[in-house]
Design a protein around this ligand. Structure first.
Ligand SMILES: Cc1ncc(COP(=O)(O)O)c(C=O)c1O
Length: 427
């Protein structure tokens, strides 16, 4: 028997713990609580990425699964200095409750940061600060989607956004990705079929997660024309807009929006540090004021302290001057991953060649199911995210998302070699 077998957790571990927990509870006479949970909770799905991170915790597994930034990109010394200065000079406000929509100084700086994505002519009333962009996505889903609403999503798309939207029970309409971003003919066809009922399109047009593709300027203009013709909203997730390392990033959709149709969201997780949990929304004041009302019920406001630090990091140019370093690190790691895929993956596989972001999306032979293969990959010491979780209909069973931002270069090479050997063995 494999010496690791008994100690190595598998993807079934949490289910096993669940069952034994239930039995133990029964034995010691504790009551069953599940029946008290709301209907909404029943629709909740645990994020497979989070589960995976738990499985790989403290083990010698090369994780190509998560989406963690490379810690060497965190401007640690600058953050230290800024935090110290704030504690000396502005501590009373930084440690106090603040406005629900965000700290005024921070919003002023967000206007200047957003301008780097082409977004101009916005004022503080167009901005809303959130606890990471995940909170923005969750709140937008609650603000905009009623059960049964028609919502278009890319195939594949960001699974935590999908999961947040799933709670609202929409009717998802899938739009395939091409090398140029979402297939716009298909989007138009979907919109036409709903006869004016398509409510919104959630899209990640720049360095898409997980697809790794970026929509060009012409595509962006056409997307907005379609949205206008068929009168639906566009939720633009620009998490990687500052992280394009081959050439210049096209302007955000919001920058091209002349109708107030685009609700934009972005994050400090990839350009400063995810531990700050800072994201922001740019939208029309009607949307912002509803978000404000909603956030009062959720967490009152985003932590003041991190907002003051981030505001100062923009004001001092720390974030802006860090961009070239971050982009260079990820470009090099992207190249290592692409070279390794070329060297080790079977010829039947194909993969994206991202110009930015943190992920490569690979498609393997139709004969293989990457969900089933994962257990064996973990046993061999490498983790990835099976692609099905990025599809609203759980298709894409022969796809996988591979992260290149976090593992050191030698681990990227080794991880891809192990995975390539496993794939070849299975063919
Ligand atoms: C496309 C996309 N949107 C949103 C997020 C959420 O990021 P955060 O909540 O850290 O801002 C992520 C995180 O990986 C992402 O990839």
């Amino acid at each position: 028997m494999c010496p690791f077998r008994s100690s190595l957790p598998t993807v079934r571990t949490s289910a096993f713990i669940d069952i034994s927990y239930k039995i133990t509870k029964k034995v010691i006479g504790f009551m069953e609580l599940e029946r008290f949970f709301s209907e909404q909770v029943k629709a909740m799905r645990s994020s497979e990425i989070r589960d995976l991170l738990k499985i790989t915790e403290g083990r010698e597994v090369i994780s190509l699964a998560g989406g963690l930034p490379d810690p060497s990109t965190f401007p640690r010394e600058d953050i230290k200095k800024i935090a110290e200065d704030i504690m000396d000079k502005n501590w009373e406000r930084a440690l106090q409750y603040t406005a629900t929509g965000g700290v005024e100084e921070f919003k002023k700086q967000l206007i200047s940061l957003s301008s780097l994505r082409g977004i101009s002519k916005i004022r503080e009333e167009n901005l809303f600060v959130t606890v990471g962009s995940q909170e923005a996505l969750y709140m937008l889903a609650n603000l905009l989607i009623d059960p049964g609403d028609q919502v278009a999503v890319e195939m594949p798309t960001y699974l935590a956004a999908l999961n947040a939207m799933r709670l609202r029970k929409p009717n998802f309409l899938g739009v395939e990705l091409t090398e140029e971003g979402a297939n716009l003919d298909q989007l138009e066809e979907r919109a036409k079929k709903t006869r004016g009922k398509l409510k919104l399109f959630y899209t990640i047009p720049t360095a898409q997660n997980p697809g790794g593709v970026t929509m060009g300027l012409e595509g962006r203009k056409r997307l907005l024309e379609i949205a206008s013709d068929y009168d639906f909203l566009v939720v633009e997730d620009d998490a990687y807009g500052f992280l394009v390392f081959d050439g210049d990033a096209p302007p955000s959709l919001k920058a091209l929006d002349t109708e107030g149709r685009v609700i934009y969201t972005s994050t400090f997780s990839k350009i400063l540090a995810p531990g700050f949990r800072l994201g922001w929304v740019v939208a029309e004041p009607e949307v912002i004021s509803k978000l404000e009302m909603m956030k009062q019920n959720v967490d009152l406001h985003t932590p003041s302290f991190t907002q003051y630090i981030a505001a100062e990091a923009i004001r001092r140019g720390v974030i802006q001057s860090n961009f070239p370093k971050v982009r260079a690190i990820y470009k090099r790691k992207r190249d290592v991953m692409l070279d390794s895929l070329e060297a080790h993956f079977p010829k039947s596989a194909s993969w994206s060649r991202p110009k930015g972001g943190m992920f490569v999306f690979a498609k393997v032979s139709e004969k293989l199911d990457t969900g089933i293969l994962l257990e064996e990959a973990l046993r061999k010491g490498v983790a990835y995210v099976p692609g099905a979780s990025f599809y609203h209909d759980f298709s894409g069973r022969n796809t996988m998302r591979l992260n290149f931002s976090f593992p050191p270069e030698e681990k990227l090479r080794e991880g891809i070699r192990i995975l390539g050997d496993l794939l070849k063995e299975k063919l």
